[in-house]
Ligand binder design. Structure first.
Ligand SMILES: Cc1ncc(COP(=O)(O)O)c(C=O)c1O
Length: 436
């Protein structure tokens, strides 16, 4: 598609000399001519090395809930910088963040960590230690980070690799993982009550945890069917399994109390990251007293040099304070609702079969069918190529969602009503350009 300008290309060429493929995360590599280099962000906008401005709907894959370089967060971080960053002791900002999470998310205990992957990994270890069991269930198309245990049948897996629908296999998504790790993970199609119940009933004695992204944040924001999260709760209670909500994408984005509040279902453990620090590296594992207190100095490890570091904690303290005191969710929900409706109308008008799914703060667009998707396989059966074409036309016109339809559109508080109007105009133009 060739979206790199001259200066962007020059910097990217330099990057490739010293950084494999010029990126510090494979997900950011869009090809040698289409990987952008960003020089700054402010509010809802980012600018690339050539000065091209975009309305940003990727928001760093979701973290930026308020806006880029958001003053309320930046100021708190600036103040914190004078304090020093790591002491290998508890600091007051960590205590404030844990208190806020406990209050906002109705959880008893919180441990801070740095990334979503780390949070998910620790949640799995806690669940295993708590139950004395080793296997866990996850759902196809769900991504829980870069840790070996989770890298099976993620959103990067192709339809052919998932196995037959009635006998799904756990398909490894990267080289470099020991074969034996596969034994510990069971992948199931999302929203299939019958297969889920049957699998748990057959194998519960070995199952430590059920990991669930309450909304498929790595697969176009496919929603849980009514009752599916409640069914998970019921099965976990019946068989002594630890229910883990991976709220790395939904936490502090779909409601102040995340998916637990939104769906009214309480998990045993919850992982948070992304929106919690408006883009600063900070994450958390939180949950019920009896499960969290499985962590024990000397026998059940959780740790990390940078866990709860002052800068990350200050960013989270400022972000969560802002969420608690300002109408962030209402505003995002209202503007996102207008965007979802407008996109739906444009696609209907253009006679393109589609579904706009998810929630206003993180929604997905599936093309190729009018049927509400309920699992990753539904997404894979759709028209991802058409979506990508429209995505590229949007980006060329200064509106930047991910060109890959699996990644939802994320909204931030700084996005204005005018930005929404402009986005819809551009969306209309992009669809027309593709139809031609
Ligand atoms: C649901 C979910 N869990 C875990 C992770 C991993 O988080 P991180 O990239 O911070 O390690 C991600 C990342 O996108 C995610 O979407």
């Amino acid at each position: 598609m060739g979206i790199q300008g001259k200066r962007t290309k020059a910097t990217f060429e330099k990057a490739k000399q010293v950084i494999p493929h010029g990126v510090n995360s494979n997900f950011r590599y869009w090809g040698d001519d289409d990987t952008l280099v960003i020089s700054r962000g402010e509010g809802a906008y980012i600018w690339d090395e050539d000065g091209t401005k975009y309305i940003d709907y990727r928001l760093g894959f979701g973290p930026v809930i308020l806006g880029h370089a958001y003053p309320a967060v930046v100021e708190r971080v600036r103040e914190a910088l004078d304090m020093g960053n790591v002491f290998a002791w508890t600091t007051p900002p960590e205590v404030k963040v844990a208190e806020r999470i406990s209050r906002m998310c109705n959880v008893d205990k919180v441990r801070l960590t740095n990334t979503g992957s780390e949070a998910a990994f620790h949640a799995l270890r806690i669940a295993r230690a708590h139950t004395g069991r080793e296997k866990f269930i996850k759902f196809e198309g769900q991504y829980h980070g870069m840790i070996d245990y989770f890298m099976y049948s993620t959103a990067s897996t192709g339809l052919d690799d998932l196995g037959p629908r009635d006998h799904p296999v756990s398909s490894v998504t990267t080289k470099g993982i020991p074969k034996g790790i596969q034994e510990y993970v069971i992948n199931l199609p999302f929203n299939d009550f019958e297969m889920f119940e049957e699998t748990v009933e057959r194998g519960w004695e070995d199952i430590a945890a059920i990991f669930i992204e309450p909304i498929l944040g790595n697969c176009a924001s496919v929603m849980p069917k009514p009752g599916f999260l409640e069914k998970t709760r019921e099965l976990c209670d019946k068989y002594g399994i630890v229910m883990v909500f991976d709220e790395v994408k939904t936490g502090f984005r779909i409601a102040n109390g995340g998916a637990q509040e939104y769906f009214g279902v309480q998990a045993d453990l919850v992982t948070y990251a992304k929106a919690m620090g408006n883009g600063f590296p900070i994450a958390a594992i939180a949950g019920k007293e009896e499960v969290m207190m499985t962590i024990q100095p000397g026998s059940m490890a959780h740790g990390g040099t940078y866990s709860g570091n002052v800068v990350g904690a200050a960013a989270a303290d400022a972000t969560l304070e802002f969420l608690e005191t300002q109408p962030v969710m209402e505003t995002i929900n209202r503007r996102g609702g207008v965007l979802m409706k407008g996109i739906d109308e444009i696609l209907t008008e253009a006679n393109i079969p589609h579904v706009v799914t998810g929630v206003p703060g993180m929604f997905g667009i599936l093309l190729g069918s009018d049927e509400e998707p309920s699992e990753f396989r539904d997404y894979l059966s759709g028209d991802g190529a058409l979506y990508e074409e429209i995505g590229i036309e949007l980006i060329k016109r200064g509106v930047q969602p991910d060109a890959d339809g699996r990644e939802p559109w994320f909204l931030c508080y700084a996005l204005s009503d005018d930005d929404v109007d402009e986005t819809l105009n551009v969306f209309n133009d992009a669809v027309e350009a593709v139809k031609k």
